[in-house]
Design a protein around this ligand. Sequence first.
Ligand SMILES: Cc1ncc(COP(=O)(O)O)c(C=O)c1O
Length: 474
Amino acid sequence: MWVQKTIKNRKTLDYFANSKWAFNLSSLRRFTTVQPPELPPFDYQPVAYNGPSADEVFEKRKKYLGPSLFHYYQKPLNIVEGKMQYLFDENGKRYLDAFAGIVTVSCGHCHPEILSAIEAQNKLLQHATTIYLHHAIADFAEGLAAKMPGNLKVVYFVNSGTEANELAMLMARLYSGNLGMVALRNAYHGGSAATIGLTALNTWKYPIPQGEIHHVVNPNPYRGVFGSDASLYAQDVQDHIDHGTSGQVAGFISETIQGVGGAVELAPGYLKLVYEMIRKAGGVCIADEVQTGFGRTGSHYWGFQTQDVIPDIVTMAKGIGNGLPLGAVVTTPEIAQVMAQKIQFNTFGGNPVCSAGGLAVLKVLDKENRQQHCADVGSHLIGRLRNLQQKFDIIGDVRGRGLMVGIELVTDRKEKTPAKAETAVLFENLRVLGVLVGKGGLHGNVFRIKPPMCFNKDDADFLVDALDYSMSKL
Ligand SMILES: Cc1ncc(COP(=O)(O)O)c(C=O)c1O
């Protein structure tokens, strides 16, 4: 009772977030008669862990790794094993992984078919580079091209999403002969010197030259100044082209559901309008599918298809490798040709092990019908979350598609004031209950639910019950 009454005070919430109360399950039980929800059963015994403790790992990490590293939770989690949609800590405690290593583990942790493809290739040849022939890279490129619409048939392999966006921007500039790139506010496109310029969240931007980038008003239906009116947002793009450039641009890049920015789905119809304007201004259109690709949105295989457009360049990473360091850029033969004027090389891009693993990912996603599964489980999850929204005013918005879902928390629904402190408390308490979610948005007040795609309806129910239980304690 004490917790329920006093927790309404913001200062108390901050205290709660920073104290041992926030991660002590018995403290949660003590103040309620309703029992906390339990994880769905899972028939798997983790291997006994004999390695260093969380404290030891944390100390070593602080001593030898860069100070810019951040970690989740007051007391950082030492995750030592993963199996499909579950993770295990050093004590064998099981967690529902609703964030998939930041939207990366697409098929499931240590998926047996992907593991065996990687292991088989590992034993034969790990690395030789593209100066020699190897079938794995060609097979994987063929598999990926088969998944693309239109004339998007030429693949470049890289090692990460940042590298993919770097290469895409380079191609756009070379192909168009222009410099200016248009990107959305609230976007995240990478952390390298050039992609920091595309990224538009101050928390991720160092004060360095940002290049010739025009950040346009974000077509965010929940918070945006024009609501869901795509044409008004698109006018801002034309305005930038007319007033901030020579009238010609290199290209436009966007996610179709902003990931780091807090699962923000662009106003319907926006990309169609903007792609037309950009092409008229001599630029190419780039879809960043690093988070939205491979069927995660449920309704479509690629996020851009939800807006009924075909980009000129598509970038991908994360889910493409189920955890392998892998990224790709897919474009048309005409655009790809501009790279042939010089030598373009990437030592590890499309290496045999990553290619074998990546091809296995494509096959597993098809074989297990994951796109449809994401649609089914996602609509169940979103439906239950919308019911929860009726119960708790703190839930300002529930949004997303398939298994790419955001829950935005606000202290005042009208003002949409970010519920930062409350989000922090709930985040810690979800972990105690055994649920690991992500956080996003400029103010860190959006829960990001983007689990491995094998996440099922029982997992969704458990997650919503855990949220319900935690919110009822606020
Ligand atoms: C949409 C998007 N693009 C690009 C990147 C950069 O990918 P990476 O971290 O693999 O460099 C990310 C990473 O979170 C992302 O979410």
